[in-house]
Design a protein around this ligand. Sequence first.
Ligand SMILES: [Zn+2]
Length: 462
Amino acid sequence: MSEVKIAFLGATDTVTGSRFLISSEQSKILVDCGLFQGVKSVQRRNWDPLAVDAKEIDAVVLTHAHLDHSGYLPALVKQGFYKEIYGTRYTNDITKIILRDSARLQMDDAKFAAKKGYSSHKDPKALYNLDDAEKAIDHLRERPFHSREQIAPDAFVTFYPSGHILGSSFVVVEVAGKKFLFTSDLGRNNHPLLSNPDAPPKEEFDVVVTESTYGDRVHETPPETFAKEINDAIARGGAILIPAFAVDRTEVILMALKELILTKKIPEIPIYADSPMALSALNLYREAISARSVEIRSGVSDRFANEDPFDAGALHQMATTEESKAINEINTSAIIISASGMATGGRVVHHLANMLPNSKNTVILVGYQAVGTRGRFLDDGAKEIKIHGELIPVNAHITNVECFSVHADSDELITWLKQVKRPKKAYVVHGEVEGQEHMQERLTNELGWSVVIPKSNQTFSV
Ligand SMILES: [Zn+2]
């Protein structure tokens, strides 16, 4: 039998840049093709040459649409990758939205940096442009859940719903007879719209690759905190800004707000969904709900057969830049939900610049904030943050409500992985050092697994 290898091209000492390469004599399969995000030194890694010739890759398997799993695809195609990218229906639909948005952001940032002259580069360039994104989109191929699909002469993939975002999957990849299980980002059992993650398949795996985003943490914030923070801000006469990932987090938050309004736990104040990407994603979720997709939790499609799951009557969907700017003029209490979730870019950055100096306002962080992002600085209590080259004072009230996390925590990951037969080797990725080490320790001690934390670009024989 030919030698099979796995190489870790990203998401090794960080939660971003998921890229894993499986190679045999006959084929090279790339699992996820994500962008590095966060601190400058991590972002810069997007410019490093890929450790494999893009032209030699036979297929890409896409576990879900999030940028840190899909955002390098246009760069890969630009480097000559010409074959197919496999994902589930909604992964592909959401990836289209995300890649176009990412291309626009990169082009804007490069333009802005050139204009303001704050970039360390003489002539700041975008990693890829809209045209490159469209080319990558042309390579997307849809595959159903629960079906073993051939993707290369000696390679197969099976997608299973993972309850993280619409379309998301954990995958089983088989190459030259070796079996790999990638958890990718695993969801939880309490998503208001999505079904619980499937149980792992009963078969035996040579390799398990697991995420560890919250590998050293257990989600603890009680759900009441959310309503209390909103009511406190309203009592101060302030507005509430929620930086949220455009896909999924915005949906979950809008549903929670609708519920709080209907049960009169918060007053009916205007809610602005201010991210064009979020609005497109909202429509895909609405479509999946009415199509009764297997990914939608049972009962949800019936309950929302005749009503919008995201709107209690106070929702304003801001599509244009003019509408977005008009929010700045509003002087009553309101809730603004805007992307990106870690405030690395997008309209939320302008809202932060506008709202942070005022101590009446509240910023509610609702998800994982990677090291080096503005979201993380706020979470860590920064007194001022840099926005577009200027220092903005942080006088607003900052809080983090973790109950909206769409990542399994340490206990939830272990409970899920416990159902997997002991693999020959497990690799812990997609976490910060503490999260990875804690997961390694738990998998070793509680499950008796042989566990490695791979280093960047490290390759292992399987
Ligand atoms: Zn994700």
